[in-house]
Design a protein around this ligand. Structure first.
Ligand code: ZN
Length: 196
């Protein structure tokens, strides 16, 4: 997918990152609890064009794409790229992912960039068909993966503990840490935390 001529260049993404860092630097250094009196920091991150850089672990597919245009809404092409990267690669099924999950990955990525930490998100698992999900030893029947609301992610250069801490700080959904498997589960089905 990186050869797609419609995808924005990496350079443009980096320029955007620098602009975001400059405008958000005040919020970024504040402790989470102090945000209450300010504009919500997650909303501040969302109030702009939303770019995401994702890689699918199993296939090696990568894309840097715009999926939301500020003031206009979701970009169908970018949204489709996200759904493609989050598809059930074992079953070969693409699903219309919950847009809030895509936003969650985006918020995590922007936060890491602002903190000058590794931010390359690799997706271990996104959507799962009920059939495929049932075959997985550790999965639960009511998995949010089956509903297109969850992703298992890892970031090279960032420990699962740090990624877990960040995902919890974002505070918009479920966060499960799987240290033995080296990934963190994030979903948009209500705030819960657990260790796998
Ligand atoms: Zn999961």
């Amino acid at each position: 997918m990186s050869g797609n001529p419609y995808l924005p260049s990496r350079r443009r993404f980096l320029q955007w990152g620098i602009a975001a860092a400059a405008s958000l630097s005040y919020s970024a250094v504040m402790p989470a609890g102090a945000f209450a009196a300010q504009k919500d920091w997650r909303q501040a991150i969302l109030d702009r064009d939303r770019w995401l850089s994702l890689e699918r672990g199993k296939t090696g597919e990568k894309a840097v794409f715009l999926y939301y245009r500020y003031g206009k809404g979701f970009d169908p092409r970018g949204y489709d790229i996200a759904c493609h990267l989050l598809r059930d690669v074992t079953s070969g099924v693409t699903y219309r992912m919950d847009a809030r999950l895509i936003d969650l990955l985006y918020i995590i990525q922007v936060w890491l960039r602002l903190k000058k930490l590794p931010y390359h998100i690799i997706i271990n698992s996104g959507y799962r068909t009920p059939e495929y999900n049932a075959k997985l030893a550790k999965s639960v029947k009511k998995s949010q993966h089956v509903l297109g609301r969850a992703a298992d992610i890892r970031i090279p250069g960032l420990s699962v503990e740090d990624l877990n801490r960040l995902a919890r700080a974002v505070g918009v959904g479920g966060v499960g840490i799987y240290p033995g498997d080296g990934f963190v589960h994030v979903d948009v089905a209500g705030v819960r935390t657990w260790k796998g």
